[in-house]
Every structure is written in C-alpha cells, then in structure tokens.
Design a protein around this ligand. Structure first.
Ligand SMILES: Nc1nc2c(ncn2[C@@H]2O[C@H](COP(=O)(O)OP(=O)(O)OP(=O)(O)O)[C@@H](O)[C@H]2O)c(=O)[nH]1
Ligand SMILES: [Mg+2]
Length: 400
C-alpha cells in the first residue's frame, strides 16, 4: 500500500467532515471523529477517561469498561477499529501474510497450491518438491507469500535443525495429511509435534489448520474415511491440547473439488485477517437490527469476509446458497449478461428469504462483494444497509 492509499483508507474510518493533515495526529483525535460514534456516546466515553483514538485502542477488549447508555459490544467494536487504525499508523500491519504448507511427502501440498492457482495442467506432472518453493501470490486479490516445504525425510530434518529460517514470521500453517494413507498417521503426528515444539520455542503464534486432504468424493462415501478422520483427530488432539495456544481447525479437502480448497483458504485467511472479527461484530449488529437470522459478507470469487448467525445451521444454509448464486451469476456473466446488483430468492413454504446485494468492489481486481441476508422479515432490511455499508468499506480495504 502506498502512503497515499494508506491515507485514503484510514480516512474512510472517520466522519467525512474530519480533516486529516498528518496521519500520526489521528491518534490524538477525539472518539467522536470515528465514523459511527455519536456525540452523546463520545461525551460518555470522555467522562470515563477515553478521550482519544489512542485511548480507545488501549481498551482491554476482554474486559471493556462499563459505560451507561453504551452496549459493551459497541465499545468492543470501536476499540477494535481504533486498534486497526493504530496498527496501520504505526506500520504494524504486514503487507504480505506468510503461509507455510507442511506435512509428509506425497501429502498433496504442491497439488493444493496448483489448484488454488487454477493450474490444473501442472497436476499430472508434479514431482516431489525439492526443498522449499516460495511464491508471492495473490489469492482472492490479497497478497500472500506461500512456502511449500517439500516433505521428504531429508528435507524435514533440515527444517527442524534451523526452524528460525522457516517458521519466523509465519501467520498460518497449513498442515497437510493424506487421509487415504493411515499407515503414515503416526509418522505424521510425530512430525507435527516437532514442528509445534519449534514454533513454540520461536515464540510464534500462527493459526494452524490441519488439512484432511485427499477426502475425495468417492472415498468419503466409505466408513473407512470416517474411521481415518477419527484416527487423525485422536492422534492430533492431544498434541494440540498439549500446547493449547494456537487457533486450530480441521478441514477436509480434495483436489477434485476445487471449492473445498477455496473454502479452506477462505476460512484460513479469515482467521489471520486483522479486521475479520470486526466485520463479524458489524454483521451481528445488522442481524439484530433488522431481525434477520444470518448475514454474511462474501466476494464473488468466494472469499467469506465475515458473518453472524443466530443458529449455526443458518450459517451453512446462507453461505452455501450464496456461493451457488455466485456460481450462477458467473455463468450468466459468461453468457454475456451483466451481474445483477441484487439477488432476491423467496422460499415461501419455509417462510424465509435469501437476499444478496452487491455493496462494493474490492482489491485492484475490482471483485464484487455481496452482503447476504437470511431473514423471515425482508421488509425490515430497508435503508439499514447503507449505514452498514459505510462501516464495512474501510474494513474490507484492510482485510488482511
Ligand atoms: N486422490 C487424491 N490424490 C491427490 C490429491 N491431492 C494430491 N494427490 C496426489 O498425491 C500425490 C502427491 O502430491 P504432491 O502435491 O506432489 O504432494 P506433496 O505434499 O507436495 O509432496 P512433497 O513435495 O514430496 O512433500 C500426487 O500423485 C497427486 O496427484 C487428492 O485430493 N486426492
Ligand atoms: Mg510438493
């Protein structure tokens, strides 16, 4: 991000009448300058000693101050936004997130990367990776540096001998396991354990996703798949619990269904994003305000920025429907039609409506971003969306 871009993006967090000359001055601005904080709330904040954006950023989110007339979740949201602003000003937001793909040889790491880049022709001719392959990539329009660590035994040893060369500054570890090869689960968990040991020693705190790979559609049908998944979890959970300081998640993928790999990465990027938690908060506010059941913010190419749902099941219903509509919309576009701004889908027998609205574009590729809502009360959506849109734009611009 250039200085000028940074300036423009920071400005979006503030009310339009606030004039900013020097970025560093912002931290001394009063809370009322931030978009979404009304003058009465700002006054109450000041009475509690929260006089500046810096003071807001310093609030302990797990134990926010009790202030009459302001909901704790609003204070937390403002504190988080102030925090992002502070990080950008102090240049603490990294330009490229570092993702390490690691696991035993033949697990499918390089294949996953090929699928992510739509390089299907490469799949047939992939050879075992010799050492490390580093690539600067843009996934969903966001800059990333991927490190594909070849898993043959001689390479594994070198990584563990000098872990600082490979794991320092890592934001996300994708640990890949071949679910079709149970004979090697033990070997895999030993390797995983050693990696975590080193990461802990280096004092790094990456998000870790354990990829149950080669979960091909025809293999998933068999009980064997479920048994293998259980074996993996039984072996890996004790290690995860032993360190107990990483955000960890299991996700199953296969190269034969690209969407499983796109969703895996989308989830992972969300975890390492600096702003996705705030987007979740804003979605929560929206859902409560319009008495909906769920809301999600999703790009046309399938990156889920954030969302909120009252019932877990609605999350799947909304996100999977949205992704299907996006596929349909891309198909229509390939037929020469223009993308509709709004998609409205009524399910009267179920008493629900699913609505998607293109709010804005993101990244230099101008990818449309849709706000999706699942509701029994579609008439309540009305004007609210405009207000929420203003809060979401700057966060999307700084998603990573
Ligand atoms: N059935 C199935 N095979 C897969 C899948 N993904 C990868 N493979 C196959 O697994 C083999 C190994 O894939 P690679 O991507 O080279 O594995 P890797 O983890 O990069 O291996 P190293 O570079 O040696 O560490 C290849 O023959 C792939 O075609 C999958 O989802 N399902
Ligand atoms: Mg490889």
């Amino acid at each position: 991000m250039s200085e000028k871009e940074e300036f423009e993006r920071i400005k979006e967090f503030f009310k339009s009448n606030v004039s900013i000359n020097v970025l560093s001055d912002i931290l001394d601005f009063g809370p009322e300058t931030l978009f979404g904080i009304d003058s009465i709330s700002a006054k109450s904040l000041k009475e509690e000693g929260i006089r500046t954006i810096q003071d807001l950023a310093n609030i302990n989110e797990t134990n926010p101050p009790q202030i009459e007339g302001i909901l704790p979740r609003m204070i937390i949201k403002w504190a988080k936004i102030a925090n992002v602003v502070e990080k950008v000003i102090r240049k603490e937001i990294k330009q490229r997130k570092k993702i390490v793909l690691i696991g035993l040889d033949n697990g499918g790491k390089s294949s996953i990367l090929a699928v992510l880049q739509n390089e299907y022709s490469k799949l047939q001719s992939l050879l075992p990776t010799k050492g490390i392959k580093r690539e600067k990539l843009d996934f969903f329009g966001f800059p990333i540096i991927s490190w594909d660590l070849g898993g043959q035994i001689q390479y594994r040893e070198t990584y563990l001998e000098q872990p600082e060369l490979y794991f320092s500054g890592v934001d996300l570890i994708l640990y890949v396991i071949d679910v079709q090869d149970p004979d090697r689960f033990e070997e895999s968990v030993d390797y995983f354990n050693k990696i975590l040991e080193n990461v802990v020693t280096l004092d790094e705190k990456p998000t870790i996703h354990i990829i149950i790979h080669k979960s091909d559609q025809d293999f998933r049908k068999y009980l064997k798949w479920q048994q293998n998944v259980k074996k993996i979890k039984d072996l890996f959970n004790p290690i995860i619990n032993k360190y107990n300081e990483f955000d960890t998640k299991y996700i199953d993928t296969t190269i034969y269904q690209q969407e499983t790999i796109m969703q895996m990465l989308s989830e992972a990027l969300k975890e390492i994003s600096d702003t996705s938690k705030i987007i979740d908060n804003i979605m929560e506010e929206l859902v409560l305000k319009i008495k909906a059941r769920a809301a999600s913010l999703i790009s046309l190419d399938g990156l889920i920025f954030g969302g909120f749902n009252i019932k877990e099941k609605d999350d799947d219903l909304l996100n999977n429907s949205a992704l299907q509509f996006h596929t349909l919309s891309n198909f229509h576009s390939s037929m020469g039609l223009i993308h509709e701004k709004k998609i409205h889908f009524e399910m009267p027998l179920n008493d629900i409506t699913i609505q998607g609205e293109n709010l804005f574009e993101y990244s230099e590729h101008n990818i449309p971003v849709y706000l999706w809502i699942l509701t029994e009360n579609p008439t309540l959506i009305g004007e609210q969306i405009e207000i929420f849109k203003k809060q979401l734009v700057p966060l999307i611009h700084m998603f990573l």
